[in-house]
Ligand binder design. Structure first.
Ligand code: ZN
Length: 435
């Protein structure tokens, strides 16, 4: 243990040295980088795919994405193949290492199908790496973050939508615990969503008869939207009350909505033979959820100065129903999206693609930190400006050996509630992720 601790201290020291060099320049002639210039906003939209977004843009929809494209270097993101589950992909995005290194390789473990907990992370996430360098983070809803563990900043775990019927919230739902009551108060009850909120997703004049006829589908819509709305409200509160170096906003809903409703968007795909009336009611749910996600994206961007560095990305794309009838990850596609707004990159440039493991080194570079030599990916260079490319090359040369020494200490145990575990399994089953 002593060696590990010592190793950790040495690594943090080296890291700080590397950062000082980067920030001030070796010869000391460069101006120190303004701390504001290193801040980064990340907007993660699970399963966003240009094959859906481009036609929507052509229809004049998604105005906020359109505006952001004009300000950013953007292109496709190549995810892992064979296609993987979102927790595995996001953990790889934020650690920069492969699943066999970071340890997050599933939703559940063992024959009892216990949901994988936050203690399964063997590699530090972006918030741990930048935290060691004194930079703070707000992150909410990210996969495999229950129990929320101590970071420099605020972590709201992915269990916020669950266990609403409990008398008191699960322990360690939020770090720091002092924010728990404020966060839990912002949770949105699916049953509280009114006709006015839900009707825009459907092709119907009234909700009641539709809900009576298709109760399961409407319940899905309620659950998914309420969870995203809750996290949106939490992040709004955090943006208003804190000033974080990394603000990591994540929408899980677009993927879940796609798993449930894509078949209505493409009813001829996959030989599903769905009642045409049902198709008519639900065929625009996916696109309208993206309309809403676009509004959310616009609002989240508006919480920050217009020159704040920002990335909009997904972890994989979405193909929809397969002819084989396979569900879960089989419905994902290999190509996600990646857009980056930063003085390091040309505005409005379209790059070919980057790989999923290039994302973490790119995040680090945006925040003024070198990647590590044990990260297989490379900082995105396609679309870099002249000075941006110089900075990237310098950071590639100055890679630190490893950030793995910053792996999270064993955090709080959290609380296991069989009711909550079953809520999670039920959701994963309905998505086709587990049996
Ligand atoms: Zn999915």
């Amino acid at each position: 243990m002593g060696n590990i601790r010592q190793d950790w201290i040495i690594r943090v020291f080296l890291l700080n040295m590397a950062m000082m060099i980067l920030l001030t320049g070796c010869g000391g002639q460069e101006q120190p980088v303004d701390p504001e210039a290193r801040k980064l906003l990340v907007i993660g939209i699970d399963s966003a795919d240009w094959r859906l977004l481009k036609p929507m843009l052509d229809e004049g929809r998604l105005p906020n994405l359109k505006a952001f494209m004009a300000q950013s270097n953007h292109g496709r993101m190549k995810t892992f193949f064979p296609l993987e589950k979102s927790p595995v992909l996001w953990a790889s995005i934020v650690t920069g290492v492969k699943p066999e290194v970071h340890g997050i390789n599933n939703f559940v473990k063992g024959s009892g199908q216990k949901p994988v907990s936050g203690s399964a992370w063997y590699a530090p996430a972006l918030w741990d790496m930048i935290g060691a360098a004194g930079l703070s983070t707000a992150v909410a809803g990210m996969w495999t973050t229950y129990p929320a563990r101590p970071i420099d900043g605020v972590m709201v775990s992915d269990y916020l939508p669950y266990g609403r019927r409990r008398d008191k919230p699960l322990a360690n739902l939020v770090y720091p615990d002092s924010l728990t009551d404020r966060v839990v108060a912002l949770r949105v009850d699916p049953d509280s969503l009114t006709t006015e909120v839900l009707l825009p997703y459907l092709n119907a004049d009234d909700l009641a008869p539709i809900e009576a006829k298709y109760p399961r589908s409407i319940q899905k819509l309620r659950d998914i939207l309420a969870a995203d709305m809750g996290y949106f409200a939490v992040m709004r509160m955090l943006a208003e009350t804190g000033d974080f170096d990394l603000f990591f906003f994540y929408l899980r809903g677009p993927d879940m909505i796609s798993h449930h409703f894509y078949k209505y968007l493409m009813p001829d795909r996959g030989n599903l033979r769905i009642d045409p009336e049902e198709v008519a009611v639900f065929k625009d749910v996916v696109k309208r959820y993206y309309d809403w996600s676009d509004e959310v994206t616009g609002e989240v961007l508006s919480w920050f100065p217009p020159d704040r560095q920002a990335v909009v990305l997904s972890d994989h794309g979405f193909y929809g129903p397969r002819a084989s009838g396979d569900k879960g990850t089989a419905e994902h596609s290999e190509w996600g999206i990646f857009l980056v707004r930063s003085p390091m990159y040309e505005v409005g440039h379209e790059f070919g693609h980057l790989e999923l493991l290039d994302i973490c080194p790119t995040f680090l570079a945006l925040m003024g930190m070198p990647p590590a030599r044990d990260m297989p990916g490379r900082i995105l260079t396609d679309g870099a400006t002249g000075p941006g490319l110089k900075r990237i090359e310098k950071m590639e040369r100055q890679r630190v050996d490893s950030y793995l020494g910053l792996r999270p200490a064993v955090g709080p145990e959290g609380e296991r509630d069989e009711g909550v575990d079953e809520e999670i399994r039920k959701q994963l089953r309905s998505l086709g992720y587990i049996k």
